[in-house]
Design a protein. Structure first.
Length: 823
C-alpha cells in the first residue's frame, strides 16, 4: 500500500521510500524514512497536495510523490508517536516525564565527556521548572579558559559567524536581535538570493550572516546550495545553529550534519517560551553533554538568552573549539553496519578529503549518500571509487536498507536517543491546537478558497484604496509642492531655461513618478510580511498548488502574481519568497501579464472616448486577455526555457505565530531603502535621457511645446511608427505616447493629452484600432521602475529578454486583435 491510499486521520508506518535522486534525499532529510509514523491530516481543497503529520510536525506532499512511499497502516489504538496531538483535548496537560530507565541513547552513545562524572548533572530532574544553563565557568567545560586552552592561542582578529537553521526556526528574528540596526542586505555572489550580513551588537569585529533556511546539507533547492557553499567555502569562524525547540526531532538532523564539519558551533534552542508555556522542558545540560556543543535556550522573540548565545559563540570561535562529538553512528546498532562503513571510508579517503579541504567525516557521509559535488571534489581514482562502492554495498546488505535511507535512519536514531533523554514534550501545545482550529477554516475544504480571496481582497483594498492610496496622495502632494516650490525658486534665481526644465521636467517628474510608488510598496510589503510571518503564506501555497502546477509553478507563486495586479514592482520583489530560483524567474517573467493599476487610466481614457458606457467590459476583457496570454506564455516557457525538473512540493506547514514587529520593521526598511536607491540611480539617469530626447531636436535646439514633432523623441518615434501601421495606429503622436509610457504607464495618457490638445482623438481612428491599442498597452514592455527591478533581481540579460519579448508578444497579439476587430 502506498501513502497515497492512506485515509484521513489514519496513521501508518513507512516501509520504503521510492523515487530517486535529490527528491528522495529530500524526503529522507525531512524525516520521511522507513520506520517513521505518519498520520494523514487532510487533503488540500482541490484534492492535492496532502498534509501529513510526521515527527511531530506538518508536512505537505503531492499525491504523485506520495505514490512512491510504501506504508503499512497501524490500527488507531496502537499509534502514538506521530500523533502526539489529537484525542488529548480532554486530558489535562501533564507533561510526560522522560523515562529515567537506561535508554538506547545511554549505552549506545556514550557521552563525549567520559570521565567527567558529575559535571553534566542537571537541575530540575523532575522535568519541570526552568533549567538554567550552566553559563560561564559553572560547568567549566566551555569557559574555563585556563584549564582547557593552555595551548590554543585565541584568535585575535575579526570573527565571522554563519546563522544556520531550518526554515521558520526564527533565524530572521535572531539575526535582528543579534545585529540590531547594523545590517547590510545584498546578494550572494552570482545569484540573487538575499544575503544579510550584520555586526553583532557589542562586538564590532564579529559579523554574522543570515543564510537561507535549510533542512540538511544535501543541496536541493538553489538556496540550499548557497547555504552549503557558504558554510564550506567561506570558512566561517563559527556556526550559530538555531533550532526550533518545539520540533527538536527534525531540527537536530541538520545540527548533526553541521557538527560533522568540525566548525566551532553553538546551538541556540529557540522558541523556549512556547515550550515552557505548554509545560514542556528540555534538559539543556544533558543535551549539551550528548551533543558536545554549547546549547543555549533562548527566545529570539523576547530577546531572552541572546546575549548568552553571543558570548558562547564568540568563545568557541575564538578558541577554535569544534564540537566534542562528531560520531553519531554506533557500533552496537544493527551490528554496527553503518558505523563500520562510515569509519572505513573515513580512513580510506582521509588524504583526499584533506587535499580537497573538506572535513573528512562530512566527506565520508556525503560520499555514502551519493553526493555528486563532494564525490567530484574528492577526486578519487577509479580503483578507490570501486572500493568505496564495495564498502557501501556491504553495508546496504548488512543493514537491509539502501545507503541514503541507512544514513538518514542512523541520524534519526541518534536524535531519538537525544530526544528521549532530554526533551519533555507537552501533550499538545496550545499553539498547535490553535493552528489546527485556524486551519479548519483557512485550509478547509469549502472555506479555503473563499477565505483566501477575502484576505487578498482585503489586502488589496487596504493598499490600493485606503491606507496605501492615502499615503500615496500625501506623498504626491508633497512632491508636487516641493516641485512647485523649486520651480518658483529657479524662476526667482533666473536660472537658464534648459537647466530649469532639466530639473523640473526631467529629474523631478521622472524620479517623482516613480517615487510615488513607495507608499504602495511599503504598504503591500507590510501585509505580505504579516502573511508570511504568521505562517499563512505556506497555507496559500498548499491550497493553490494544484492550480499552478499546470503552469510549471508551485502554489507559492500565486502571491507575487496576484500582487502584480496592483503593481509589478512589489510583485517582483515579493517573488523572493519563492524557494527555488527557477520558480522565481518564471514567476517574474509572468508578472507583466497581470495588468497593473497604472494601466487603468489608459483603459479609462480610451473607454470614455470610444466605448462610452462599456468601460467595465473593456477593462474586464483586458484583464482576462492578460491572464490568458500569460498562461500561454507559461506553457511555452515550461516546454522550452524552463524545462528543468519540476520543483517538488515538500513543505513544512508551521504553526501560526504572532509576527515580531521588529522583523516587519526591518523588512519594510530594507524594501524602502532598496527602492529609493534605485529611484535615485537608474531612474534618475533614465529620466535625464528621456528629458534630453524630448526637449531637444537633433541640432540640440530646445523645442517649443507647439512644435513637439521636431524633438528627437518624436523623430525617433516616427522612425518606429511604420511598425505600428499594421496595427492601424501609425500616428507619430500615439507612438511617442507609447515610448513615453516606458517611463511609467500613467505617462501615456498625459502625453496623449498634450499631443492631441485640441484634436478629437475619435476623429483619428476607429474603436477597433483603439481596442488594438489598448491590447498593445496591456502587454508591451513594463515601466522603467519594473525593468529596473527585474534587472536587479535577474540581471541585465533577463531584463532585455523581457523588454524585447513583451514588445513582440504585444505586437503579435495586438495584430491578431486588429485582424479580428470588426471596425
Ligand atoms: P525564519 O524563517 O527562520 O527566518 O524565521 P522567522 O524569524 O521569520 O520566524 C518565524 C516565526 O516564528 C515568526 O512568526 C516569528 O514571529 C516566530 N518566532 C521567532 N522566534 C520566536 C520565539 O522565540 N518564540 C516564539 N513564540 N515565536 C518566535
Ligand atoms: Mg527568515
Amino acid at each position: 500500500m502506498t501513502l497515497r491510499e492512506l485515509e484521513k486521520g489514519q496513521t501508518a508506518v513507512i516501509l520504503k521510500v521510492g523515487g530517486d535522486g535529490a527528491l528522495r534525499q529530500h524526503f529522507l532529510d525531512m524525516g520521511v524514512i522507513p520506520g517513521a509514523q505518519v498520520t494523514l491530516q487532510k487533503f488540500a481543497p482541490l484534492g492535492d497536495p496532502m498534509e501529513l503529520r510526521i515527527h511531530g510536525y506538518e508536512l505537505t506532499l503531492r499525491l504523485a510523490d506520495a505514490e512512491e512511499i510504501e506504508i503499512a497502516p497501524i490500527p488507531d489504538n496502537q499509534s502514538h508517536q506521530a500523533t502526539r496531538t489529537p484525542r488529548t483535548s480532554q486530558t489535562p496537560r501533564t507533561p510526560r516525564t522522560p523515562s529515567n530507565a537506561p535508554l538506547q541513547g545511554e549505552g549506545i552513545y556514550p557521552s563525549p565527556y567520559k570521565g567527567e562524572d558529575g559535571r553534566g548533572s542537571y537541575k530540575g530532574e523532575d522535568g519541570r521548572g526552568s533549567l538554567s544553563h550552566p553559563g560561564f565557568g559553572e560547568e567549566g567545560r566551555y569557559h574555563d579558559e585556563d584549564a582547557f586552552h593552555p595551548a590554543t592561542p585565541p584568535i585575535k582578529g575579526p570573527l565571522t559567524f554563519a546563522l544556520v537553521g531550518n526554515q521558520n526556526s526564527g533565524k530572521t528574528t535572531l539575526f535582528n536581535q543579534l545585529t540590531g540596526s547594523k545590517q547590510h542586505v545584498g546578494n550572494f555572489p552570482g545569484v540573487t538570493i538575499d544575503r544579510k550580513d550584520g555586526t553583532i551588537k557589542g562586538y564590532p569585529t564579529a559579523t554574522v550572516t543570515d543564510l537561507p533556511g535549510i533542512y540538511s546539507l544535501s543541496p536541493y533547492t538553489s538556496e540550499e546550495v548557497i547555504s552549503r557553499q557558504f558554510i564550506l567555502e567561506s570558512h566561517p569562524s563559527g556556526i550559530i545553529n538555531i533550532v526550533d525547540a518545539t520540533n527538536i526531532e527534525r531540527n537536530l538532523y541538520l545540527t548533526m550534519q553541521l557538527m560533522e564539519l568540525g566548525i566551532p558551533m553553538v546551538l541556540a534552542l529557540n522558541m523556549m517560551d512556547e515550550v515552557r508555556g505548554n509545560g514542556g522542558t528540555i534538559r539543556i545540560n544533558h543535551m549539551e553533554q550528548m551533543l558536545g556543543i554549547p546549547v543555549v535556550p533562548i527566545s529570539a522573540m523576547k530577546n531572552e538568552g541572546v546575549d548568552e548565545v553571543v558570548s558562547h559563540a564568540i568563545h568557541v570561535a575564538r578558541y577554535k573549539e569544534g564540537p566534542a562529538r562528531q560520531d553519531f553512528c554506533s557500533p552496537a546498532e544493527h551490528g554496527g553496519a553503518v558505523h563500520r562503513c562510515l569509519h572505513a571510508i573515513m580512513h580510506f579517503i582521509e588524504d583526499h578529503a584533506q587535499a580537497a579541504g573538506i572535513p573528512v567525516r562530512f566527506a565520508a557521509s556525503k560520499l555514502i549518500e551519493g553526493d555528486k559535488l563532494v564525490a567530484d571534489a574528492l577526486r578519487l581514482t577509479q580503483n578507490e571509487q570501486e572500493t568505496v562502492e564495495h564498502i557501501i554495498r556491504q553495508m546496504e546488505e548488512e543493514r537491509g536498507l539502501d545507503r541514503q535511507a541507512a544514513m538518514a535512519d542512523m541520524r534519526f536514531r541518534f536524535i531519538l536517543g537525544v530526544s528521549q533523554r532530554c526533551v519533555v514534550h507537552p501533550e499538545e501545545s496550545s499553539e498547535h491546537r490553535r493552528s489546527v482550529r485556524i486551519d479548519k477554516v483557512l485550509t478547509g475544504r469549502y472555506t479555503a478558497i473563499p477565505a483566501f480571496l477575502l484576505i487578498m481582497a482585503t489586502v488589496f483594498y487596504l493598499t490600493f484604496n485606503t491606507i496605501g492610496a492615502w499615503l500615496q496622495d500625501l506623498f504626491q502632494e508633497g512632491i508636487d509642492r516641493f516641485t512647485a516650490y523649486s520651480d518658483q525658486l529657479l524662476t526667482e534665481w533666473n536660472i537658464a531655461a534648459p537647466v530649469h526644465s532639466l530639473i523640473i521636467d526631467g529629474i523631478y517628474s521622472g524620479v517623482g513618478t516613480v517615487l510615488v510608488f513607495l507608499p504602495l510598496i511599503v504598504c503591500l510589503f507590510f501585509f505580505l510580511s504579516m502573511l508570511e510571518d504568521t505562517g499563512y503564506m505556506a497555507r496559500i501555497a498548499f491550497v493553490m498548488d494544484r492550480l499552478l502546477r499546470g503552469l510549471g509553478l508551485s502554489g507559492r507563486s500565486i502571491v507575487p502574481l496576484l500582487i502584480g495586479f496592483g503593481c509589478s514592482v512589489p510583485s517582483i520583489m515579493a517573488s523572493r519568497t519563492l524557494p527555488s530560483e527557477r520558480d522565481r524567474r518564471l514567476t517574474i517573467l509572468l508578472t507583466p501579464f497581470m495588468s497593473c493599476t497604472a494601466k487603468i487610466p489608459i483603459y479609462a481614457f480610451f473607454a470614455a472616448a470610444f466605448f462610452p458606457g462599456h468601460a467595465a467590459w473593456v477593462m474586464m476583457s483586458l484583464y482576462v486577455l492578460g491572464i490568458l496570454v500569460g498562461i500561454v506564455v507559461a506553457l511555452i516557457l515550461k516546454r522550452t526555457l524552463f524545462r528543468g525538473e519540476a520543483v517538488p512540493f515538500v513543505m513544512e506547514l508551521p504553526n501560526y505565530r504572532m509576527p515580531v514587529p521588529m522583523n516587519i520593521w526591518h523588512l519594510l526598511w530594507d524594501k524602502a531603502r532598496d527602492f529609493l536607491t534605485r529611484a535615485f540611480t537608474v531612474i534618475f539617469l533614465a529620466s535625464i535621457i528621456v528629458w534630453l530626447l524630448q526637449t531637444f531636436d537633433f541640432h540640440l535646439q530646445m523645442v517649443p511645446a507647439a512644435e513637439a514633432s521636431r524633438s528627437m523623441l518624436a523623430q525617433l518615434s516616427s522612425l518606429v511608427a511604420p511598425l505600428f501601421e499594421p496595427l492601424g495606429c501609425g500616428d507619430w503622436r500615439i507612438v511617442t505616447a507609447l515610448v513615453c509610457g516606458l517611463l511609467a504607464k500613467e505617462v501615456v495618457v498625459s502625453t496623449l493629452s498634450t499631443l492631441f490638445a485640441g484634436v478629437a482623438i475619435t476623429s483619428i481612428f476607429s474603436p477597433g484600432v483603439a481596442y488594438t491599442l489598448l491590447v498593445f498597452c496591456l502587454l508591451y514592455t513594463p515601466c522603467m521602475a519594473t525593468m529596473a527591478t527585474v534587472r536587479r533581481e535577474l540581471g541585465t540579460r533577463w531584463m532585455l529578454f523581457i523588454m524585447v519579448g513583451q514588445c513582440t508578444i504585444a505586437w503579435l497579439v495586438a495584430f491578431v486583435v486588429h485582424l479580428l476587430a470588426p471596425l
